[in-house]
Design a protein around this ligand. Structure first.
Ligand code: GUN
Ligand code: FE
Length: 447
């Protein structure tokens, strides 16, 4: 089929393209076969032919086609606690709120309800690709993978690994390295089988929670699984002083070095947070071509700090955005984009207003909203090593239609006053589920 629409995307980091009346041809697999500008010699004929065969989707004026958003870090089982409980620091938050909730997912019936709701909610917010932490339970985590297949969301799903009895409560701790690894390998194979010919849509991810919750034997053997099956890997990295200090105290090196030494890093690893990196860490992440899932709002609560996003982008580190449900309350990657910009701006002026202006902040620390949108789409796709986030030939057709001026919702566009750049900025800043009129994943309409 073909789609005729006014489209935004960001082929170049920091810049955007706005293509009016763009014609996108989607092949039988759901990939973008070709794109045509109105001035192309074959444009009129192609348009007429798709219209004649009833295979043309026309997106009305005032609605905009954007690449689907990529959420690099979401804890699906924490969805019931989104929007509450952020009064505690990370360690206490895990012990008091999060582990008891995650432990409920030994109950598949409960898991089914939450997983259906969270995947649908993310889709409704325009997230076409999501990277999920589940819980330590293999069966309900497989159910999450199946749910993603059912609702048609591109997903990377991880059964959480945690076996360190000194850090994990007895009721929520894998019993031994052997059992943890056997269970995880079975999970990986079951997800491959479940996804079958849709293996492009849903993939398993090796998921050590973070250094404190795992023994070194477990990390090492998970690294072997990553290598043996060439798998995605996700974990938390340098997200707070406490988490980072734990690695230094127990291993004498940073968590990045631990992950690298254990064989856990490759070109599709997702390191959530990663805000306290030193130059050696950054070098190592680049060496392995690993990526960062930037979760700005959760950094405010668990690190009381803002990521140096400007510096990491300038270093050319692969970086996308994450919601970090429920370390932050919003399931929207538009919201994460807006927060990423705001936090970079606060860094620039600094927060200690008692210092003289010149000494307060970090000069030129800001990122632009276009860079944030690039991270939300292209950057996320690069981290995942997936062809998503752009409307280029050969990319998967993962796309959303944003409708402005709906009766409910805050997004208003004034054609007389708003340039294309203004429209994109307003979408990022104000779009809500009410404005997400249509969602395609791999060429299939899912909303
Ligand atoms: N670090 C270890 N576990 C978690 C978690 O569930 N959420 C966040 N934000 N950080 C973590
Ligand atoms: Fe997290």
């Amino acid at each position: 089929f073909a789609v005729l629409a006014d489209c935004f995307h960001c082929p170049v980091k920091g810049e955007f393209e706005f293509n009016v009346d763009w014609l996108l041809l989607i092949d039988h697999q759901g990939d973008i076969a070709a794109t045509y500008q109105p001035q192309h010699p074959e444009y009129a004929d192609l348009l007429a032919s798709f219209k004649r065969n009833n295979r043309l989707q026309v997106i009305p004026k005032g609605e905009y086609l954007l690449p689907g958003l990529v959420d690099l870090h979401c804890h699906a089982p924490q969805w019931p606690q989104a929007g509450k409980g952020l009064d505690l620091p990370l360690y206490d938050w895990l012990q008091n709120y999060t582990f008891p909730l995650e432990n409920r997912y030994s109950d598949n019936a409960f898991a089914a309800i939450v997983y259906q709701d969270v995947t649908k909610t993310l889709l409704a917010n325009g997230t076409t690709s999501a990277v999920y932490f589940a819980s330590i339970h293999r069966q309900s985590t497989e159910l999450l993978a199946q749910t993603c297949l059912n609702v048609g969301q591109r997903a990377y799903v991880g059964k959480v690994n945690m076996d360190n009895s000194e850090q994990c409560p007895t009721y929520y701790c894998e019993p031994s390295v052997t059992e943890a690894i056997d269970d995880t390998e079975l999970f990986v194979n079951n997800v491959f089988e479940l996804a079958g010919n849709q293996s492009r849509l849903v993939k398993p991810v090796i998921t050590p929670r973070f250094v404190p919750s795992c023994t070194s034997e477990l990390l090492q053997q998970l690294g072997s699984l990553v290598q043996r099956y060439d798998l995605h890997m996700q974990t938390h990295c340098s997200e707070s002083d406490w988490a980072r200090d734990y690695s230094i105290q127990h291993y004498g090196v940073s968590d990045v070095t631990i992950y690298a030494d254990m064989g856990l890093l490759n070109n599709k690893s997702i390191l959530a947070h990663s805000i306290f990196l030193n130059d050696a860490d950054i070098k190592k992440i680049k060496l392995f071509d690993a990526g960062i899932g930037h979760c700005p709002l959760s950094n405010m609560y668990f690190a009381n700090a803002a990521m140096p996003a400007r510096e990491l982008l300038d270093h050319g580190v692969q970086i996308g955005l994450g919601s970090d449900i429920a370390g932050a309350p919003s399931p929207s990657i538009f919201r994460a984009s807006f927060d990423a910009v705001s936090h970079s701006r606060v860094r620039e002026e600094g927060v200690n207003i008692y210092l003289p202006a010149a000494e307060r902040g970090t000069a030129n620390a800001r990122i632009s909203f276009v860079e944030a949108f690039w991270m939300a789409t292209v950057g996320g796709g690069q981290v995942l090593d997936a062809k998503v986030g752009l409307f280029n030939q050969g990319y998967h057709f993962d796309a959303i239609v944003i409708k402005a001026n709906t009766t409910i919702g805050n997004l208003r566009i004034w054609p007389e006053f708003d340039s294309a750049k203004d429209i994109l900025e307003k979408i990022i800043t104000l779009a809500q589920p009410e404005n997400v009129a249509k969602v395609w994943v791999q060429g299939k309409a899912v909303i």
